[in-house]
Design a protein around this ligand. Structure first.
Ligand SMILES: Nc1nc2c(ncn2[C@@H]2O[C@H](COP(=O)(O)OP(=O)(O)O)[C@@H](O)[C@H]2O)c(=O)[nH]1
Ligand SMILES: [Mg+2]
Length: 325
């Protein structure tokens, strides 16, 4: 029986044992001690990632087909990891097979690690597990990670935003009906790609997107290029990879890479702190805990004020104020 010790698994994963890699990622998917140990072991190594690319867009836009093409392009630089968070992804068609997800020609390539991650319970957990899983891949020596997500919900956009470079995939005709989604995706896009350019309307969609970028009142130093691609045939996908590499160079040269990664780590720190405070508050606040919770559920005290009371009761808030009841 294989050891479940994360340190042993990490050694095995580093020497190319994909099953061990899968075990480590399964550990970070589940909350608990094992996850914290894996995080502790993989954190420094996870910082060595050269490139984390998010590929996001509506279901059916062609994200998986594009990702498959990008893996081929990225292989020139070394090993590649793929994390597919898209539940509609064909990668996940073999979910019962666990990690052994079918992905075109790459299945037999030992330099490509493909993994699907599903929303287990609440989607918020996934937003935390994905960056941890990406760090596992970095820590075992994979320099390039592609993360496919459906860019619809807030959490998905959050996950997509956890990449260094975010590619937003749209199709010809996109934008006619999705005004609301547009704004959110515009905000996170470093590169736009209009996939299925073999269909009519690609040029119009490109013009539409360029106009929206022109209208940006505060244009950033990097203007997202708007590319056309036909993932099905591979046309335009080499240019897409080149745009990703260009953006990566911009991030390094401008110092923005360190800034973005730092911001993300701070967000993780805040989330972890909030989790721990919530979990440990009953013990910290002692007898006051139940009383304050009852005051909230009884409509006597608003949740914000109650949070302040709890911090005071725990001895970590501002000096004592009046407590309810
Ligand atoms: N016509 C056309 N179809 C494509 C293209 N790229 C992908 N598709 C098809 O679009 C469908 C959805 O693709 P998929 O990659 O699974 O999209 P995802 O849901 O965004 O991951 C599949 O049937 C693909 O074969 C393309 O460039 N042109
Ligand atoms: Mg997909």
């Amino acid at each position: 029986v294989r050891s479940r010790d994360p340190a042993v698994l990490l050694d095995e994963a580093r020497s190319g044992d994909r099953a061990a890699t899968g075990r480590l990622i399964s550990m970070v998917e589940r909350d608990g001690d094992a996850r914290r140990r894996v995080e502790g072991l993989t954190f420094p190594g996870g910082g060595k990632l050269r490139r984390v690319v998010g590929i996001t867009g509506a279901p059916g836009a062609g994200k998986s087909t594009l990702t498959d093409r990008l893996v081929t392009a990225a292989r020139d630089e070394g090993h590649v990891g793929v994390i597919a968070v898209d539940p509609s992804s064909p990668f996940t068609g073999g979910a019962v097979l666990g990690d052994r997800i079918r992905m075109g020609e790459h299945t037999d390539d030992a330099g490509v690690y493909i993994r699907s991650m599903a929303t287990r319970g609440h989607a918020g957990g996934l937003a935390r597990a994905v960056p941890a899983a990406v760090r596992v891949l970095g820590a075992i020596g994979i320099p390039t990670v592609l993360v496919e997500t459906v860019g619809v919900g807030q959490v998905e956009v959050e996950i997509a935003g956890a990449a260094d470079t975010t590619v937003v995939v749209v199709n010809p005709g996109w934008g006619d009906s999705v005004q609301a989604t547009k704004a959110g995706l515009l905000e996170i896009a470093d590169v736009f790609v209009i996939n299925k350019a073999d269909r009519p309307g690609a040029a119009e969609t490109r013009r539409d997107l360029e106009q929206m970028l022109d209208a940006d009142p505060e244009p950033a130093a990097w203007r997202p290029p708007v590319l056309l691609a036909t993932a099905a045939s591979g046309e335009g996908t080499g240019e897409l990879w080149k745009a990703i590499v260009d953006h990566g160079r911009h991030l390094v040269d401008s110092g923005e890479l360190a800034g973005r990664r730092g911001d993300r780590l701070l967000a993780e720190l805040r989330a972890a702190l909030a989790d721990r405070l919530v979990a440990e508050m009953p013990a910290l606040a002692g007898a006051a805990y139940d009383r304050i919770v009852a005051a909230v559920t009884g409509y006597e005290l608003d949740p914000h004020a109650a949070a302040g009371e709890l911090l005071r009761a725990a001895g970590v808030g501002h000096p004592a104020g009046p407590t309810p009841g």
